[in-house]
Ligand binder design. Structure first.
Ligand code: PMV
Length: 298
């Protein structure tokens, strides 16, 4: 048996627009998905959850390596599912890595990234690849479709992650944006331009550690996400509550329509804001910018 793990992520700026080529800023989270892979009698079998992306990623690796025996895979994940924290990408990458280790005895990087993307496609409509790139590479930085992830050392100590508890399918939200773009092409183009400018400013603010600017830009990014129709009443409630409690900025992260909201606050205020939000939502202050895919002891 061989095992591998990969981290979840939060998109700080630029989700949805990244599907259309705008850069997005993303960091990995200290929550991991671990996959156990072993040889079995025949076929690809996934014990318990996440069966589709896990099986597809493993199958992709097995096929490319010419392995036609059976595989049994098991998942252990700390990443909440379907709330925008990249759980399907993390399990896909971890599954591909564990399968590569099992069949070839080494983690074949390019193959694992491709296989992870194949796994992600089973749950996502037209994924930009941002989730698999960060689950693979870890750390954090600027992602651009077709170019991949460019690592940056963002000066961001911590972030508040507020889980609204409302699960949704990212594919449906991406589809909703596609319909908006089709219905109002001029407006969508203007919003995209604004998003691109905002992401560039946000990159500078994160590199210099200007938390106030980061917060203000998050609020502007949330305005744009609202325009394209991916916010929701529960997201708006979490955003307003965070701001009311003294956060410097807040926005949805990932697909929207429910899922998670992120907020930044001054270092000394984080615990208080997070604690008070905890009365209404599940709140985390996870470690950021962690190691990407890696082999684990089984
Ligand atoms: O899978 P989620 O909910 O973290 O969202 C991924 C980010 C999107 O930009 C909404 C989709 C994509 O493929 O980039």
């Amino acid at each position: 048996m061989r095992c591998a793990s990969a981290p979840g992520k939060v998109i700080l700026f630029g989700e949805h627009f990244v599907v259309y080529g705008v850069p997005a800023l993303v960091v990995s989270l200290g929550l991991r998905a671990k996959v156990y892979a072993e040889r079995s009698g025949g076929g690809v079998e996934v014990v318990e959850e996440h069966s589709e992306p896990v099986a597809s990623a493993a199958r992709y690796v097995a096929e490319r390596l010419g392995y036609d025996g059976g595989l049994r895979l098991r998942v252990e994940s700390e990443i909440p599912r379907a709330v925008g924290l990249g759980s399907s990408a993390a399990v896909s990458i971890a599954s591909a890595a564990a399968t590569s280790l099992l069949i070839r005895g080494e983690l074949l990087g390019d193959l694992v990234l491709e296989a992870g993307q194949a796994g992600e496609r089973t749950v996502h409509y037209n994924p930009s690849g941002i989730d698999t790139a960060i689950a693979f590479g870890g750390g954090g930085g600027v992602y651009r479709r077709g170019e991949g992830l460019r690592q940056e050392r963002f000066r961001l100590g911590s972030i508040i992650v507020i889980d609204t508890g409302v699960e949704r399918r990212t594919g449906e939200m991406v589809e909703r944006v596609r319909r908006f773009a089709e219905r109002e092409p001029g407006r969508f183009r203007r919003v995209m331009e604004e998003a691109a400018a905002l992401v560039e400013e946000a990159g500078e603010a994160l590199n210099t550690g200007d938390l106030e600017a980061v917060g203000a830009l998050m609020n502007r990014n949330q305005d744009l996400l609202r325009v394209i129709g991916v916010s929701s009443p529960i997201i708006e409630e979490a955003v307003s509550k965070a701001l009311e409690l003294g956060a410097l900025g807040a926005k949805l992260t990932g697909g929207g329509g429910g899922g998670c909201v992120i907020a930044v606050a001054e270092e000394g205020k984080i615990d208080e804001v997070a604690g008070r939000l905890g009365g209404r939502f599940r709140v985390m202050v996870p470690r950021l910018m962690v190691e990407g895919v890696r082999e684990e002891a089984c």
